[in-house]
Design a protein around this ligand. Structure first.
Ligand SMILES: [Fe+2]
Length: 179
């Protein structure tokens, strides 16, 4: 039986339709992430459009599920990043796309070495407001931070049902980083 979809914020109608049409085309995860990134680029919400859905200030929830497709094919989540917030190093259960709609985010990529006992830096990018990035496992080991002094907001799309599994992270890696 299909699950009831969460109510869609009216401002997200176009985005949801665009992502759905790209996901429905099928193909491998990497191609799907690239196409969904295109859909998010075309319809990247403005923070004002989501004001009613997003937490204000430091005390509210740090993530908000904005949409889950009824068949679980994808989920859209907003994440509010207080200044200085950084995630643990992690990988993912599915393809991922994220776009920054306020502030900027730093992404550090890693690979595993020494039989999985050490993290090795594999690149670093800064995404400014308006930047959209898509990726898929493998090669998705990263941590993300808000290096700025004001709150950042990002929109994430994952190829899974976040209302069912709760998190897009597959594993966390609390390991030394080789300089
Ligand atoms: Fe991630």
């Amino acid at each position: 039986m299909l699950k009831q979809a969460l109510p869609v914020t009216p401002q997200l109608d176009g985005l949801v339709t665009g992502i759905r049409s790209e996901v429905d085309r099928g193909g491998d995860w990497r191609r799907t992430a690239e196409r969904v990134a295109g859909a998010l680029r075309r319809d990247l919400p403005r923070p004002e459009a989501l004001a009613g859905d997003l937490a204000e200030g430091q005390d509210g929830p740090r993530s908000r599920l904005l949409h889950v497709e009824p068949d679980g094919a994808f989920s859209i989540q907003a994440i509010v990043w207080p200044a200085g917030r950084i995630t643990p190093v992690h990988d993912h259960v599915s393809w991922c796309v994220f776009g920054v709609i306020q502030g900027a985010l730093d992404e550090e990529l890693f690979t595993l070495a020494d039989g999985g006992d050490v993290l090795v830096p594999a690149g670093r990018t800064t995404s400014a407001t308006g930047a959209v990035t898509g990726f898929a496992p493998p090669g998705d080991l990263h941590r993300v931070a808000n290096p700025g002094d004001r709150t950042a907001i990002s929109i994430h799309v994952y190829g899974t049902d976040l209302s069912r599994i709760g998190s897009s992270a597959l594993r966390y890696y609390d390991l030394p980083v080789r300089p």
